[in-house]
Design a protein around this ligand. Sequence first.
Ligand SMILES: *Cc1c(COP(=O)(O)O)cnc(C)c1O
Length: 387
Amino acid sequence: MVNQKYVMPTYGRKPVVLVEGSGIQVKDNTGTTYQDWVGGVAVNCLGHGSPVILEAINEQANKIMHVSNLYWNEPQLELAQLLISLSDGCLDEVFFCNSGTESLECALKIVKKHGATTNKPYVLYMKNSFHGRTSGALSITGQSKYQEPFGDLIPGCLNVDFNDTEGLKNRLGQYSGKIAGIFVEPIQGEGGVIVAEHEFLSTIADYCKENDALLVFDEVQCGAGRLGTYYAFQTFGIVPDVVCMAKGLGGGFPIGATLVGSKAKMLGKGDHGSTYGGNPLATAVALAVTKTVSDPAFLQGVQFRQGFLEAGLAMLAAKGLIKSHRGMGLLQGIVVENPNQIVDKAFDNGYLFISAGSDTIRLLPPLNVPLEDISSLMTNLESFLSE
Ligand SMILES: *Cc1c(COP(=O)(O)O)cnc(C)c1O
């Protein structure tokens, strides 16, 4: 292996170099294969080496790759129109960027501008959340292990416990009329695959509606078809003012997007920007991926796989091999005593897993994962969990 010391050690990595992939399978540089249930952390929604993605890259790269936002480009306009048309009339405009964190930065600026013009100095976010690691996104990421090393962050960011509706109501009462926006993941992904309760979300949505605050859904992990509807908010039946997307949006090609409804059309010329954001290559890939994933038959397939996967996990729980399982769509969590130990054991058995929170293993397969791969996962989990 080439020397690793020139890369900043900001990640704990498995000692493996991945060189090839096809569907859910990846291969390392010694020829060992793995079943990839991490999917680049919810990114590879069509699996590795998807012909849809390869064709889009080739076709667009042959035409034009990058032009800057001083000019228009066709894939960007087409993708914007498609994403808005998929929102059931809830969203009006989109800003394109290159990652999930950046999509949150844009949302934060929208909320800050709204607050600055309406005298609302506070922003509310959830404990145990994850929104990214730039200074802005970190200010609303409710985990002290990420925030504390970096001292003072953006002022005016308040937090509450996720799914604690009483605590939320107290907070909202205390700061009534002074909150510019509320950030929430409909499912906390990194925090442990914790689904927002309906009462909690509707309390937030009602507050935002009644007090001219902006509701921001971070759908970076749970959106783009992963729950069996294109947008996560469609599964939850709540209409946000701002939606943040990335990860599965490009299926492996870096792209992020911040989408806004009529209440949050705050940004005008010069307010925000990105040199790469919405570049023709990235948007051509995301356009091809989004056309594929948003097809009603494809989304039905996601729902069907959810049922199949959940039935398997319920069986493992009934046999006492796991504590429980939770999640929605193809964002599923297995609750165990010692997730990191299981991730290691799975790796030794040819499976790539990722943990979440303190007691959970996250399963993030491609949205078109073959049923036989779900079955064989269950068989293998049963054998190595009972060791
Ligand atoms: C991954 C993630 C982010 C950050 O996205 P990056 O592409 O890593 O910048 C933000 N929010 C949520 C919910 C995420 O899962």
